[in-house]
Design a protein around this ligand. Structure first.
Ligand SMILES: COc1cc(-c2[o+]c3cc(O)cc([O-])c3cc2O[C@@H]2O[C@H](CO)[C@H](O)[C@H](O)[C@H]2O)cc(OC)c1O
Ligand SMILES: O=c1ccn([C@@H]2O[C@H](COP(=O)(O)OP(=O)(O)O)[C@@H](O)[C@H]2O)c(=O)[nH]1
Length: 496
């Protein structure tokens, strides 16, 4: 007799950099059990911006249209009022997500099938209480690095120390990370210990420790330092237990937009790819800055000067400023398609014709990174972009712009060694001078510099590491097995 498979109930933040890897990771859990052991119910919050809403809708539509053979359903949650007085993006996201708690409780309690676990976005960590109230196991899904995980688990310690003897300017020492963390590496949201954003991240980190487990889109071999420190219980306040961590990555996901899986890229007719087809192997530097990266005209002019002088071939995804002045209720800045005639200096396209392509809208990044012509990546350093680059052995130049990306940049250069450092002026909205970008691009793309040679070599090593981790016998495969066993155990527990 067929039985109803218990559900993994997912609550992702609406950003595609959060939703897509969470869903893909949970699909991996289903596939690991032969596809029939669990089902997925994804709880859809109404995103706070029109841009994010259409991304989510597109994602849901594509998922429903695809035939995966897996049981995946979507449950729309009632809308909640967005907070009107949030000081920063992080506080906004955390409060908005947390306001859904009663609706999440109702949705889980009302399910007609057993619930194996509630899988929560990092911003939804306070909802571990909802799971606990229903007697359901809870898992936090960490869509960013093991380093950010270590930092967040440790924030309550830093907060309480800052309240006491160490003071407000105390150096940031985080178990598993180089100590003290250079100021340039500290994410903006925790740089000021008095800001509500710091308090929110500390509160989220505190709640991570109350989850049944933490699923992380990283691999032991990629981030051995922070993951070991977390596993040893060195990051949480003394006396507090650390839940088991399951580093099952890298999990690369199909984007919400038209995109191709890096696993099996179909023959593409995308203009960026046909342009790459005509370029020599390993000759192109790719520049792309995530879902929220865009530049003011003076910065665009510096990039143009650098690319022109470097003499290297390039494919540059250049987006324009957010529409309507960027005043989204969540404070996020979603770029628009660039007006290249208005943004680029006169004559730039003619002078670089044949060796450069400037692409003004969303591009198929995974497919581009998989292309044999691409051998370097100037990236904002969002964790999904980093994993995609490492998966294809492409060395990077990190250009952090927002969120946790300054920490990611530091890790890529100083810990993993897969990237060439570039000076980014945080006091001038992460401005980079033309000469500095030119130097970094020359170094990355095969100049004489030792930094570039090491980054290229290390990126190839990491490609092998990433692929091996997920194979049978690899560390991420083993973590997936442990996670699967824990979920089966949780599904068998009596519910309240
Ligand atoms: C991790 O801390 C922050 C995350 C975000 C953030 O916000 C966000 C809002 C949206 O409307 C859409 C998004 O796609 C989105 C994404 C996002 O975080 C990204 O997450 C990735 C995976 O964790 C990745 O690591 C990227 O670097 C992040 O940009 C925003 C924020 O403050 C601006 C954070 O501090
Ligand atoms: O033009 C673009 C810009 C981004 N991406 C994808 O969007 C995701 C960006 O996620 P990341 O974590 O790097 O940064 P975020 O945008 O969340 O800050 C990655 O999967 C990229 O491949 C893309 O396909 N095309």
């Amino acid at each position: 007799m067929a039985t109803t498979p218990p559900a993994l109930v997912l609550l992702p933040e609406w950003g595609s950099g959060h939703l897509a890897p969470m869903l893909e990771s949970c699909k991996r859990v289903l596939l690991h059990g032969g596809g029939r052991a669990f089902s997925i119910t994804l709880l859809v919050m109404r995103p706070p911006t029109a841009e994010a809403s259409s991304e989510v809708e597109e994602h849901v539509r594509r998922e429903q249209a695809a035939f995966s053979g897996l049981e995946i359903g979507f449950h729309r949650l009632p809308a909640v009022d967005p907070p009107k007085d949030a000081v920063g993006v992080e506080e906004f996201i955390a409060r908005y997500v947390t306001a859904h708690a009663p609706h999440v409780r109702d949705a889980v309690a009302g399910m007609s099938r057993p619930v194996a676990a509630l899988v929560l976005d990092m911003f939804a960590a306070p909802l571990v209480d909802v799971a606990r109230g229903l007697g359901v196991p809870s898992y936090v899904f960490m869509s960013s690095t093991g380093a950010l995980l270590a930092l967040m688990l440790h924030l309550p310690v830093l907060r309480d120390a800052a309240d006491g003897e160490e003071g407000d300017d105390a150096a940031m020492r985080v178990p598993g990370l180089p100590s003290p963390l250079p100021a340039a590496a500290v994410p903006g949201f925790v740089a000021d210990r008095k800001s509500p954003n710091f308090e929110w991240f500390a509160r989220l980190g505190e709640r991570f420790a109350d989850a049944t487990g933490i699923i992380a889109n990283t691999a032991d071999e990629l981030e051995p330092g922070p993951l070991a420190a977390v596993a040893e219980g060195a990051c949480v306040p003394p006396g507090r237990p650390t839940p088991p961590v399951y580093p099952i990555g890298p999990v690369l996901s199909l984007g919400a937009k038209k995109d191709c899986s890096s696993e099996a890229p179909p023959l593409s007719t995308h203009e960026c790819v046909t342009w790459l087809d005509a370029q020599p192997a390993a000759s192109v530097v790719f520049l792309c800055f995530g879902s929220m990266g865009w530049f003011e005209p003076p910065q665009v002019a510096e990039i143009c000067a650098a690319l022109e002088r470097s003499r290297h071939r390039f494919l540059w995804v250049l987006r324009g400023p957010p529409g309507d002045g960027g005043g989204a209720p969540d404070g996020s800045e979603h770029p628009t398609d660039a007006d290249l005639d208005a943004l680029l200096p006169e004559g730039f396209l003619e002078r670089t014709k044949g060796r450069g392509l400037v692409w003004p809208t969303w591009a198929p990044q995974k497919e581009i990174l998989a292309h044999a012509a691409v051998s370097g990546f100037v990236t904002h350093g969002g964790w999904n972009s980093v994993l995609e680059s490492l998966w294809h052995g492409v060395p990077m130049i990190p250009w952090p712009l927002y969120a946790e990306q300054h920490l990611n940049a530091f890790e890529l250069v100083s810990v993993m060694g897969v990237a060439v450092a570039m000076e980014v002026d945080r006091d001038r909205e992460n401005f980079v001078e033309a000469a500095e970008l030119e130097r970094a691009v020359r170094s990355l793309m095969g100049g004489e510099s030792e930094d570039g040679r090491k980054a290229r070599e290390k990126a190839k090593e990491m490609m092998a590491v990433c692929r091996k981790a997920g194979e049978m016998g690899g560390s991420s495969y083993a973590a997936l097995q442990r996670l699967s066993a824990a979920l089966h155990y949780g599904a068998a527990l009596p519910k309240k």
